[in-house]
Design a protein. Sequence first.
Length: 355
Amino acid sequence: MNIDANWNIDLPQKQDRPLCVAKVVKTFGSILCGLPKLSNSFATASRPFRYFTTRALLAGLLMSAASGCGSSLPDLYSVKKQMSAEQLEVAEPVANSVGISLIPIPAGEFLMGTAESKVVDGKKETKKKEAPPGSEGEHPQHKVLITKPFFIGMCEVTQGQYEKVMGETPWKGQPLTTEGKNVAASYINWDNAVEFCSKLSKLENAVYRLPTEAEWEYACRSGTATAFTFGDDVFLLDQYAWFDQNAYQQSEQYAHAAGQKLPNAWSLYDMHGNVYEWCSDFHGSYADRIKQSENDVVTDPQGPGKGRQHAWRGGGFADNAVNLRSASRNSYGRVGYRPEFVAGFRVIKEMDSTP
């Protein structure tokens, strides 16, 4: 495998996925159960109608089967076993009434952003390597203190969860999508994500909201200071994320079911890739934030009071590796680039809170 200067990974072409027998049987069984209700009208229908109806049923069966097994969300029992002792001291993982699993995140301090390349004797250098392309908005790197623990969604909000709360399906009929109750919701603008949190707060009698940029990166890093939550080896990204090289370029040009890749150290799935995740902040300069701080540690930053674009994080299924880094704030640094087909979110639930 190779990688170029823009962190494009040359992955081998995927082999055709084997059909999942269990899923074939389940889907075919559902079709058969419905046939008695249709048998009378189907038998008296014209031959062309019966022909095309049969083909449509078989196509649906094969499409469902081809997506493979394992599209259910990770179960909390298994997730709890892989959580850190530090997390379990804060709280147990919980699931709410719409099926969102929430993972406790402890308070703590971390380095936010990316170290700048330094010029020494006319050559760029850093302690580790040259800063990635498009990372200018991630400078300067600075210490951030998160003073309160919180719950955050184990996965991105799914289509099924979104529809339960909002009663709408904005991804339907849109390009670059697929449908499924556990598929990460896309085509979600910032206002709708905020409204989702507001409605969920009333439904659950608790405070739900979008994460701040600082909370998001803190949760993503899960105690690491590397490019990705699993380290600096970009070739491991295929195991943790849906991105350009293993999704879009492989003709899987859509958000995937949540929780199918490996989690980070705090049991959070899809923090890299699949869909971008909205944050509560307006996009702003880190330098301004540091100037306003009274010491060398910025405490619970909320972002600027106004701006043109809200921040989003994590990268999407059509982005390459450089845009999926823990510190990455945009696609190649483009603040105004906000394509709807990769726009999703995950929620935070404040601990011991009521609206």
